[in-house]
Ligand binder design. Structure first.
Ligand code: AMP
Length: 644
């Protein structure tokens, strides 16, 4: 999900690069000698003009391309067990839309599990499924798994390549230096049948498409591949920062996939700059960097003692204020490339503090299911970012979503920032008809549904998008929020239901001591790095309205129980990635939730239908709660997590 435009050796070896530039959509559809399988036009990724031409063609011919994509997916896959059951041998688009249901993960989970357990890929896809991509969404406490094929890697490469000309259109001279992108791989596992199961970016970075990418002068990284591919995240981070600091004069842009990861790197730098400077001063990499690949490449980058460089970095880092530190350490940086839309919008102000006013660039919108869209105006402000869906990535449909909740208060604002105190509740959309990509209406809200080349058919992604405009004939969408997610710090996505389950388990502990949890809510506190979940609890003694005396050990146990009960992505972020801090329970005085209700009603919620929001976004509401906090407790141990 990050902008690393990489061209694809494997594809190039298979199909020699075409010197002709695609002229129109017909070249992108049938019988085009410049086309790779799966509706992917072939062109030289170093040729900006050709890249822009492809984007213009794709966005001009949305309708034809979408029809062709659907035709191709149906034709290829009509004989799979899944589609056969609905299509009954008919290869027809109308039949497809009439008979194939719009589904959630739970509907397709049995098929995915069969593949994970060794059944033939053919049950959902004519192309072999080569691995399963573990998404940050969870089902029954385990990560969801999305199918992936060899061709899909080429689709991603094609997508990454298209980000290059867009960036070059707005920022000059990106071939005059390097990008300090901090990229990481995550733990991977194997399914019972031996298929690899891992996050989508880990899959991509470990692929030939990434590792054997041809040189692209617009896209040279400061991090050697060995440091990106190092499975020890601490060594990886240390080495990537060291390489970035040594090459500071060459760095033209910095970034990571998500804002949370980039801020984690800044925190790491805050904690480790002295040691990093000492390595630069002596030209010797710290002994605890034991990964042989990392040691070798970082020693080469370090090359020799650089005392002046170490002095300079030490001078900047020892300054009391780290405001604008990015600009000071990497003075030629033109922008920070991190996703700051959706749940990442909560990090914008912190990033602005460290960046010294550099533009924050969200280049793309993607998921484990499929890569979706590109931001054609990369320098726009975070709250103005829209993504143009690329029509040859998948067949896109849209479920219309009501813009307002039952109280009439508008609940969605933009880019994941909710006006209301809590997120929208899941609504059943089974009876609602989908609309096609070319039929979406300006200003309307939709939930995205995809049919992919990899075996997902009419699959609800769970993202709510709003149409903000058009690029040629391609609609552009603002990411509004993810259906049902109330809390998110990093790649974790906790729903109201997950939270309720976890709180229910924890409150049993206090109930056994005669203490009742009468109300609770939560918020993601990102004021420090890493951020952490905060629960506000209003407690009372059984039989009276008094705040009970609380034993810190018991309350800390409640914090831990909540954490143990949250899903595996939360627990991985907390235990393995250290990207989430210890969960906190803030106990509030009696009557606090009445005050919260008064506030919500004053903001337009109806008294009759008022329900305590289980997640708070509004600063004012958080202040109301915070001003009534009596005591606070933190989890004292990281929850259990293991690869499954
Ligand atoms: P995963 O499948 O775990 O990679 O997560 C994919 C999800 O992350 C998407 O469905 C979105 O909810 C979210 N996401 C990805 N890219 C963006 C973006 N640019 N802006 C906001 N949310 C995003």
């Amino acid at each position: 999900m990050r902008a690393c435009p990489i061209s694809c050796t494997a594809v190039k070896q298979q199909f020699s690069t075409c010197s002709r530039k695609p002229k129109d959509v017909n070249q992108m559809t049938r019988g085009n000698p410049c086309q790779l399988p799966g509706m992917l036009p072939n062109y030289d990724p170093n040729d900006n003009e050709a890249g822009m031409k492809i984007l213009e063609d794709l966005t001009e011919n949305v309708e034809q391309i979408q029809q062709r994509v659907l035709e191709e997916i149906i034709t290829r896959n009509a004989r799979t067990d899944y589609l056969k059951g609905f299509l009954d041998g008919q290869f027809d688009k109308q039949v497809f839309k009439k008979t194939v249901p719009v589904v959630n993960y739970e509907d397709i989970k049995p098929y995915i599990e069969r593949i994970a357990n060794g059944d033939s890929s053919n049950i959902i896809s004519a192309e072999p499924i080569i691995e399963l991509l573990t998404s940050s969404g969870t089902s029954g406490g385990q990560p969801k798994m999305m199918p992936s094929t060899a061709e899909d890697l080429h689709r991603k490469t094609f997508f990454y390549n298209l980000l290059v000309p867009v960036m070059n259109k707005y920022v000059d001279g990106l071939d005059d230096g390097k990008a300090m992108y901090l990229l990481f791989v995550k733990p991977e596992t194997k399914t019972p049948s031996g298929l690899m199961a891992r996050p989508v970016l880990t899959s991509y970075y470990k692929s030939n498409n990434f590792q054997n990418r041809p040189f692209n002068r617009f896209n040279v990284f400061t991090s050697p591949d060995e440091t990106i591919l190092c499975s020890d995240s601490k060594q990886s981070m240390y080495c990537q920062l060291l390489c970035g600091l040594v090459q500071r004069q060459e760095v033209l842009r910095v970034g990571a996939v998500f804002a949370s990861a980039f801020l984690r790197a800044i925190k790491f730098l805050e904690d480790n700059w002295k040691e990093l400077c000492s390595n630069i001063r002596t030209g010797h990499v710290s002994d605890w960097i034991t990964d042989p690949g990392c040691r070798k490449v970082v020693s080469l980058v370090l090359n020799k003692p650089k005392p002046e460089l170490a002095d300079l970095i030490e001078h900047e880092c020892s300054s009391k204020s780290w405001e604008g530190i990015i600009k000071k350490l990497w003075p030629r940086t033109k922008y920070i490339e991190v996703i700051v839309t959706g749940s990442m919008a909560q990090y914008v102000s912190t990033l602005e503090y460290y960046s010294g006013g550099l533009p924050l660039v969200s280049t793309m919108y993607a998921s484990s299911e499929c890569y979706f869209g590109i931001n054609f105006k990369p320098l726009s402000k975070p709250w103005d970012v829209s993504y143009t869906l690329i029509p040859n990535m998948a067949y896109f449909e849209f479920l219309p979503v009501k813009e307002k909740n039952e109280d009439g208060a508008q609940y969605v604002q933009c880019n994941g920032v909710c006006k209301e105190n809590c997120m929208e509740k899941e609504t059943e959309k089974e009876d609602v008809e989908t609309v096609e990509l070319v039929d979406v209406k300006l200003g309307q809200y939709y939930e995205l549904v995809v049919t992919t080349f990899t075996g997902l058919y009419r699959y609800r992604v769970g993202d709510i998008l709003m149409v903000t405009g058009f690029h040629n004939k391609a609609p552009q969408f603002r990411f509004v929020h993810r259906r049902n997610v109330v809390l998110s710090i990093d790649t974790d996505k906790t729903s109201e239901e997950d939270l309720l389950k976890a709180v229910t388990k924890a409150k049993v502990i206090v109930e056994s001591l005669g203490i009742l949890l009468i109300e609770y809510t939560s918020y993601a506190d990102t004021s420090s790095i890493p951020g952490h979940y905060v629960l506000f609890w209003e407690l009372t003694s059984k039989g009276n309205n008094h705040l009970p005396v609380l034993d810190p050990k018991i309350m800390e146990q409640c914090c831990s129980t909540v954490e143990e009960s949250l899903d595996s992505v939360y627990r991985r972020c907390r235990r393995k990635d250290n990207s989430i801090g210890p969960l906190e329970i803030r106990v509030v005085q009696h009557g606090t939730f009445d005050a919260l209700m008064d506030f919500c009603v004053s903001q337009g919620s109806s008294v009759n239908q008022y329900k305590t929001p289980r997640c708070i976004k509004s600063g004012e509401a958080i202040n109301i709660l915070d001003s009534r906090v009596v005591t606070r407790f933190f989890s004292q141990k990281a929850p259990f997590w293991e690869l499954v």
